[in-house]
Ligand binder design. Structure first.
Ligand code: ATP
Ligand code: MG
Length: 338
């Protein structure tokens, strides 16, 4: 079973980007690759968690396979036998013994994608695998030795999942010995041009077309786009442009329709008009009301200034840094919502 990867980026995988955040991340990936430690990759959808896992595997020099598993896609009733394998007669329908994905990853790397979705019983088995380096197939008696490197990924906040009782704390600590965060694309806008060119080039080569050149207004627009789908979304836009742009130069009119409008500041967030909470003491009700007002004011302000923080600061006579701080909160809220 494959994880959520879209394709194989060339014969050997590269984590592209030259922004400071990506350079640091790449250095850490290479440094940790040579160790047997589990790695936990955290990041929004499309930020490159699977690419990072592949880079880790390749740089580890492990001879076995890279085996990705999408924990969200396996049915909860089958997940144990899918992962650990089963003996003949272990359950109705198990008419012969079968190796699981862990066996397939022997000597290689086991990539647990969307790890937050694993049922609690399976979490317990996984913990044992990590602690003792052994596992037991479903319906089996003895333990089998496992030589696998475990990498896990999720977009969820695992500490919150632990808090809510949905994820084992001890497993979280085991998996997260090395926790690496993949920054959303909007936090590394300097990579947008470079990624775009790489994707245009590769796609042009793949389908045998000369990649089109982007007008500078288009480049500027794409650099300011918030990219809620991150690098995957950018890559899809590049593929669209190679396939569909009418001439050698891409103008605003050639962009996919959803990208043509003004840059939305908060694509998915609507800040509700604050409610006055008379069920709370006056001071607390006022604090909450003012807090909601602040979010509403800044989100509307930025909307009106096309996301340009300097302009918004001048117009509102607010401090740039206050706007940035509030924007950060708005973004956190908008990722919680979607
Ligand atoms: N830094 C990068 N360099 C080159 N390609 C990248 C990079 N980051 C992401 N990609 C490409 O973007 C697409 C999405 O990446 P990937 O599948 O690794 O994201 P993800 O974080 O696993 O997303 P999801 O949470 O939705 O599974 C893939 O096609 C991948 O090749
Ligand atoms: Mg993925």
């Amino acid at each position: 079973m494959r994880g959520g990867v879209d394709d194989w980026y060339g014969a050997f995988v590269q984590f592209l980007g030259e922004s400071p955040a990506v350079r640091v991340l790449r250095d850490r990936l290479v440094a940790v690759a040579q160790t047997p430690l589990p790695v936990l990759l955290i990041g929004e959808t499309g930020t490159g968690k699977e690419v990072a896992a592949q880079v880790l595997h390749e740089a580890s020099g492990r001879a076995g396979a890279f085996v990705p598993v999408d924990c969200a896609a396996i049915s909860p009733t089958l997940v144990e036998s899918e992962l650990f394998g089963h003996e003949r007669g272990a359950f109705t329908g198990a008419d012969r013994r079968r190796d699981g994905l862990i066996a397939a990853a022997q000597g290689g790397t086991f990539f647990l994608d969307e790890v937050a979705e694993l049922p609690l019983e399976v979490q317990t088995r996984l913990l044992r695998l990590l602690q003792e380096g052994t596992f037991r197939p479903v319906g089996g008696q003895g333990q089998r030795k496992a030589d696998i490197r475990v990498i896990a990924a999720t977009w969820k906040d695992l500490s919150q999942e632990v808090h809510a009782g949905r994820f084992r704390r001890d497993l979280y600590h085991r998996l997260g010995v090395v926790e690496l965060r993949l920054p959303p694309l909007r936090e590394r806008t300097q990579d947008i041009g470079l990624l775009l060119d790489a994707f245009l080039e590769a796609e042009g080569e793949r389908i045998g077309r000369r990649p089109p050149r982007l007008e500078s207004a288009v480049r500027a627009h794409l650099r300011r786009w918030p990219w809620p789908g991150n690098v995957r979304e950018l890559k899809n836009v590049a593929h669209y442009l190679v396939a569909l742009s009418s001439g050698p130069r891409v103008t605003m009119a050639d962009l996919p329709p959803q990208l043509r409008g003004p840059v939305p500041v908060m694509p998915s967030l609507t800040v509700d008009a604050p409610k006055v909470r008379t069920d709370l003491p006056y001071i607390e009700a006022r604090r909450q009301w003012l807090d909601a007002f602040q979010l509403k004011y800044v989100s509307q302000l930025l909307e009106e200034h096309d996301g340009n923080i300097s302009q918004a600061a001048r117009a509102s006579q607010m401090d740039r840094r206050s706007i940035q701080r509030i924007l950060k909160r708005l973004r956190a809220l908008s990722t919680q919502e979607s």
